[in-house]
Design a protein around this ligand. Sequence first.
Ligand SMILES: Cc1cc2nc3c(=O)[nH]c(=O)nc-3n(C[C@H](O)[C@H](O)[C@H](O)COP(=O)(O)OP(=O)(O)OC[C@H]3O[C@@H](n4cnc5c(N)ncnc54)[C@H](O)[C@@H]3O)c2cc1C
Length: 172
Amino acid sequence: MAQPSHRIIVIGGGAAGFMAAISSKTHHPGAEVLLLEKSTKWLSKVRISGGGRCNVTHACPEPRKLARHYPRGEAFLRKVLTAWGQPQAVAWFAAHGVLLKTEADGRMFPVTDDSSTVIDALQSAATSLGVQARLNCRVQRLGRIDDGWTVITDHEHLTAQRDRGHGRIAQG
Ligand SMILES: Cc1cc2nc3c(=O)[nH]c(=O)nc-3n(C[C@H](O)[C@H](O)[C@H](O)COP(=O)(O)OP(=O)(O)OC[C@H]3O[C@@H](n4cnc5c(N)ncnc54)[C@H](O)[C@@H]3O)c2cc1C
């Protein structure tokens, strides 16, 4: 098997961490992507989200309009939602087997009304891409090194190296 070109470490196995790890591996297939979670379970907040149904997004495809509904950070969110917003989220979940339905108030849930559908999709996307995921792995400290970062966990010192001048570390 080919040696990985570099290592990307994502800290936190929640919704953000899973998407960061999936996106990292999608865009850097040659890299080793490690997803570190301090607890014994992945995606535990997603499981309880939306009363156990997971309110995935809102039926508002227009980034400017959607960003207006966030109490803080509207300008930042406008940029983020323009790059990857509601239509992309709906399409991504559909491509990964999660069909969404829209309720009368615009909230969008999986048609199964079950957050585990979302959890299964995120886990299976990460696994099939080859993301290496570790539970019971609390990050204690980060440090800079010449060519990247050290990530100090309860059990070990890991390094995430720069690749051709790009240091990468993601907080989930
Ligand atoms: C009751 C409830 C209902 C909700 N309903 C919805 C909803 O329907 N729709 C919606 O969009 N949002 C909902 N939310 C909000 C939603 O849960 C969050 O937006 C989402 O889960 C945040 O994901 P995250 O990955 O940013 O953070 P988290 O889910 O908090 O993930 C962070 C992860 O990082 C891990 N971690 C932290 N520190 C370390 C460390 N040092 N080392 C290793 N791992 C670490 C944590 O254990 C955790 O697993 C709800 C929240 C709650 C509490």
